[in-house]
Ligand binder design. Structure first.
Ligand code: DC
Length: 247
């Protein structure tokens, strides 16, 4: 098994498993959290994972790591075949740790680099390609298969884990999402306006792409966080998860 995971270029590190309650009788859930950027997915997913002793896997970081590889290799974001080849040749690793997630690309910690604007834009573009998505989905399934995971992204409940135990679709008014992003990044004025415009473009691309567009799964619980605080959203999601666990 370790050999197989290594071949696939993705691993869930041992340290992440240590966070999990290993009592055999307990069913470990697969929890999918999908939604647009700025709806609060990452924060909720990581806080929920912590509460349940689960691993938080951020699927977007994998698209970002591939985008970074494409930038490094000067590959076109429209060249699907080259992007798939780059994915196959790269080692993209997600390391969920107690202090947050680390993303490694070919052994280098790129966690901060992949949040920069050029990578953010590139990730949105590389993620439209069906074959890139196929590669990602296969690896994400591999990582989450054992359960005890909160995986967040855009297509987790629809494509990666259509049989997930719990599916949340976290949404919020676009203006509120943009404001949250501005506050998060502590930006104002013209920069803020262009970042907001980019967020709208990425949103549009996510929702309208032919392959796995961003959409709530039919059986997802839709939570609109426009008027809800982070703690309130977390409380709702945690309650749903505990119900599934029979607690
Ligand atoms: O969640 P994020 O902003 O880190 O995601 C980066 C990009 O990857 C985003 O433009 C959408 C895409 N993505 C995707 O298409 N499917 C996922 N499951 C996760 C992210």
């Amino acid at each position: 098994m370790p050999k197989k995971a290594e071949n696939l270029g993705v691993r869930r590190v041992q340290s992440s498993r240590e966070m999990i309650d290993h009592s055999d009788h307990e069913h470990k859930l697969i929890i999918a959290i999908d939604g647009p950027a700025g709806a609060g997915k990452s924060t909720i997913a990581s806080r929920l994972a912590r509460k349940l002793g689960y691993v938080n896997l951020e699927s977007g970081a994998m698209y970002r790591a591939l985008a970074l590889r494409a930038i490094e290799k000067d590959a076109s974001f429209d060249d699907e075949a080259t992007l798939v080849k780059l994915a196959e040749e790269s080692r993209i690793q997600l390391e969920p740790t107690r202090d947050g997630n680390r993303t490694l690309l070919n052994g280098h910690d790129v966690s901060a680099r992949i949040r920069e604007r050029d990578v953010t834009e590139a990730a949105s573009r590389v993620s439209v390609h069906p074959r890139v998505r196929e590669w990602m989905v296969a690896h994400q399934r591999e990582m989450g298969a054992g359960g005890g995971v909160v995986m967040e992204g855009r297509d987790i409940g629809t494509k990666v884990f259509p049989d997930a135990d719990l599916k949340i679709f976290l949404d919020a008014d676009p203006v509120v999402r943009e404001q949250r992003r501005m506050e998060q990044q502590k930006i104002k004025g013209e920069v803020a306006a262009s970042v907001a415009a980019e967020l709208r473009d990425r949103d549009h691309r996510d929702r309208t792409r032919a392959a796995s567009p961003l959409v709530a799964a039919e059986d997802a619980v839709v939570i609109d966080s426009t008027k809800l605080g982070e703690d309130e959203v977390l409380a709702r999601v945690e309650e749903l998860a505990r119900k599934k666990l029979g607690q």
